[in-house]
Design a protein around this ligand. Sequence first.
Ligand code: HPA
Ligand code: ZN
Length: 327
Amino acid sequence: ERLPALLRLMPKAELHIHIEGSLEPELIFKLAQRNGVTLPYASVEALRAAYAFTDLQSFLDIYYAGASVLLKEADFFEMAWAYLERAAADNVVHAEIFFDPQTHTERGVPFETVILGLDHAVHRAHTELGVSARLILCFLRHLSEEDAFKTLEAALPWRHHFIGVGLDSSEMGFPPAKFERVFARARELGFHIVAHAGEEGPPAYITEALDLLHTERIDHGVRCLEDAGLVARLAASRMPLTVCPLSNLKLCVFKTLAEHNLPALLDVGLCAMVNSDDPAYFGGYLNQNFVETFAALPQLGARQAWQLAANSFEASFVSDEQKAHWL
Ligand code: HPA
Ligand code: ZN
């Protein structure tokens, strides 16, 4: 078949990947042993068996437990390097990578340890893999505004090591409005702005993210189709939606991949693209997302493949010169 080969071989950018979500069970157990952390799972197989999610929260509980083995700079390096090697193998030429500092600082790991480990992998990926990568700091929306402000302040000595801020974790009941002032400060500081919205939450959360946080991309955003006025606005402004098909399947946002609304999002002219979200937990890295999604949706062909790759570069935070080179 020619379509899977095209999907695998085409150069692409990945814009929605949580680095903690790239932590494979094997590496979780290796780091647990190295760091003397006791896991509530007896084996790699027992941990993998727990990856049966019913919604976002059921995933997040296990995702935060997995991240508890990350203590040293070398751990963060090893996790990010493993992701970047897999990304390179999928012909990802550029990645904008989320990290969740509060998951680590809450456990007493210094911000510096997190950022220096990740930054080391980012630099090595450029020289050894030819992959350009950037970091985006995400605030956990189930924690307080004050905690987010403290995290931003603690990050400022390392402000040149990340290009933007985002918003993730439990969506329902934690609307973007809660973080309006934190994001205003981040914008003042010159950071790019993104936020998860419309994954499980209603279209109104997407509108809030646009109006109150002034986002430059919406992460997920698949529920936008429930609001025709919002769709028109997103299309007219070429607001990118970083769609994650296997994530949506595993977290039961859609019952099957065949029911995913990616073809509809493209048909109405939205700047959507494909991403892996948390590939170690959701059954595959970027090419797996492309291949399974296209296999399940016969409406998707070579034209849509090209469009999705082009959208990924258009939506990236690289210079116009770099975009012109890729597009
Ligand atoms: N949604 C919200 N928070 C997250 C996700 C997600 O898909 N992945 C990791 N943290
Ligand atoms: Zn996500």
